[in-house]
Ligand binder design. Structure first.
Ligand SMILES: CC(C)(COP(=O)(O)OP(=O)(O)OC[C@H]1O[C@@H](n2cnc3c(N)ncnc32)[C@H](O)[C@@H]1OP(=O)(O)O)[C@@H](O)C(=O)NCCC(=O)NCCS
Length: 169
């Protein structure tokens, strides 16, 4: 079954990234605090943000899912990303929110939409998440969704917790 987007939560929606999202996306990916536990752990240049958005769009075309733009439904503002990506680890769940939006349960709301899409219309049976070992807030989000610990793996030169969620039978 094809996945219909956007995915709607009570407060946020997830939809594919568009080229016009690059400036708003760069307000996230260019912020050192936001990026501390994401990717290399460093803020990126505008050119890298543009490449990231292009990669998300290509992934969406190839797989029917990707990291999606997270919008605040009240204002229509792009406030983060959340979604699913095929990697060497399997299908990975990830999310990133602008600082102003932390601590309101929005990552959990977005991650739940991704999990429901994965195990529903996308027909996946298992999701993986990699979290910097120093990022307990993200581990808490995943634990609330039912992810369980599956060891420590290196990623971007730092130790990351690997967590797994299997589709309930
Ligand atoms: C990690 C991130 C996505 C969390 O988003 P959020 O919307 O603030 O998360 P939520 O509000 O849904 O949930 C946070 C949970 O962590 C808990 N928490 C907060 N600080 C904590 C800490 N120091 N240790 C453990 N848990 C903590 C909160 O209490 C909440 O759990 P609760 O609902 O049981 O009270 C957000 O901080 C972010 O975008 N950070 C930068 C990018 C990033 O790290 N992305 C994840 C990469 S794996």
């Amino acid at each position: 079954m094809a996945l219909e987007l956007p995915l709607y939560g009570d407060r946020i929606l997830l939809r594919p990234f568009d080229g016009a999202d690059i400036p708003a996306a760069h307000r996230l990916y260019g912020d050192a605090e936001v990026m501390r536990y994401v990717g290399t752990g460093l803020p990126v240049t505008p050119a890298v943000t543009a490449q990231m958005v292009a990669d998300y769009r290509r992934h969406q075309r190839e797989h029917g899912f990707a990291f999606w733009a997270m919008l605040d439904r009240a204002s229509g503002d792009l406030i983060g990303d959340a979604g699913l990506e095929r990697t060497g680890q399997g299908t990975e769940l990830g999310y990133t929110l602008g600082k102003a939006w932390w601590g309101r349960g929005l990552a959990t709301e977005a991650a739940l939409l991704c999990v429901d899409a994965a195990f529903g219309p996308l027909g996946l049976s298992r999701l993986v998440a990699l979290v910097d070992a120093e990022n307990p807030v993200s581990v808490r989000v995943l634990t609330k969704l039912g992810f369980t610990a599956d060891g420590i793996v290196p990623a971007y030169g730092r130790p990351h917790r690997r967590l797994l969620l299997e589709q309930p039978r």
